[in-house]
Design a protein around this ligand. Structure first.
Ligand code: GLU
Length: 352
């Protein structure tokens, strides 16, 4: 009996490679946020300090992740994500790039504050060349709170990063059991655990450590991107800022940004990216001085149509398509590392 079992094991190992049984290696890169936050008491689900708990404590709090993968941790930053600048964005991307280039790393999870999580995820989607899963995860309640959502989010994020079926699908945001594409996910609720949504829906869902897929993103990302963190020198991107549209606007905000040296202004316009008639001359004046004008919208769903609300071809403006203003800021900054031509920037906005 023993002999036949041994020969069965031997026969199986000839058919199924050892790697099929081996766990993948996942690195958790911690950057701060609520998922690493601490409150005064367990009932403080919304009043707490972000970015307090170190990565080893985050991992030790969810020992079940070691059943999914060989998980190790790196503390890259300890910051509330609203304080992230292009410097930290580049720093995070360089760290992730370094990790995914290692043959013994199969996937990466980034723990992150939820406020600007969508920007970091989109940036990584555009500049890190890999087909290995990269998952950005956060939480809405700190670990010290009753029903903290961080531990399960982290468990699911590790499961996703360790999944071979997650390869090549772009950077993910994992929140509240949903798998989102980095490019179109956004924080849409600022107090509940179902804080993230995409107007195009989730790519899939993750239940009890298992992935269920429903769609793919058709936009360029990662290995198929023309942007690469390895080509970004220094620790700053071309300066792009956002102006929020409303009624009763002043040209002064735009002029102040011009003075500050912006290379592009993303206009978070009303409706379909509308611009008040009394602001158009200011934007055209800036455009003629070489500042790109990108029309986005303060409306969270839909997409800005070129040459509809404004004659973009005539003015030499760009439309952000379905990218929200904060995503448009990231893409415009990257586009400006390559070109100053509005038509070329528009091509980039159609493709990513
Ligand atoms: N504002 C903090 C941050 O973005 C906490 C919010 C959160 O992580 O949910 O890091």
């Amino acid at each position: 009996m023993k002999k036949s079992l041994t020969s069965l094991t031997l026969a199986l190992s000839l058919i199924i490679p050892i790697s099929a049984f081996a766990k993948n290696n996942v690195v958790v890169v911690a950057t701060g946020g609520t998922i690493a936050g601490a409150g005064a008491s367990s009932t403080n689900s919304a009043t707490y300090t972000a970015a307090k708990v170190p990565v080893d404590d985050l991992l030790n709090a969810v020992p079940q992740i070691q059943n999914l993968a060989n998980v190790s941790g790196v503390q890259a930053l300890q910051i509330a994500s609203e304080s992230i600048t292009d410097k930290e964005l580049i720093q995070i991307a360089r760290k992730i790039n370094e990790l995914v280039k290692k043959p013994d790393v199969n996937g990466v999870v980034i723990t992150h504050g939820t406020d600007t999580l969508e920007e970091t995820a989109f940036f990584l989607n555009l500049v890190v060349h890999t087909d290995k899963p990269i998952v950005v995860v956060g939480s809405m309640r700190p670990p010290s709170a009753l029903s903290a959502d961080g531990p399960l989010n982290l468990y699911s994020a590790v499961a996703l990063a360790a999944s071979n079926d997650a390869k090549g699908k772009g950077v993910f945001v994992l929140m509240n059991d949903s798998i989102f594409a980095a490019r179109d996910v956004s924080k849409t609720i600022n107090i509940h655990t179902n804080a993230f949504q995409s107007q195009w829906g989730a790519l899939g869902t993750l239940v009890e450590g298992k992935t269920y897929w429903f769609r793919n993103s058709v936009k360029r990302h990662n290995n198929n991107s023309e942007f690469n963190i390895e080509n970004i020198k220094g620790d700053a991107l071309p300066l792009v800022q956002i102006v929020y549209g409303s009624d009763n606007m002043l040209p002064d905000s735009y002029l102040a940004l011009q003075k500050a040296g912006v290379k592009a202004i993303v206009n978070a316009g009303t409706g379909n990216g509308s611009v008040p008639n009394y602001i158009v001359p200011t934007l055209n004046q800036l455009q003629q001085q070489g500042i790109q004008v990108v029309r986005s919208s303060r409306v969270p769903q839909g997409f800005v149509l070129r040459n509809a609300e404004q004659p973009d071809d005539k003015y030499g403006w760009v439309v952000a398509h379905d990218l929200n203003p904060q995503k448009a800021r990231i893409l415009a900054a990257l586009a400006l590392t390559k070109t100053k031509d509005a038509k070329e920037i528009q091509r980039i906005f159609w493709e990513y």
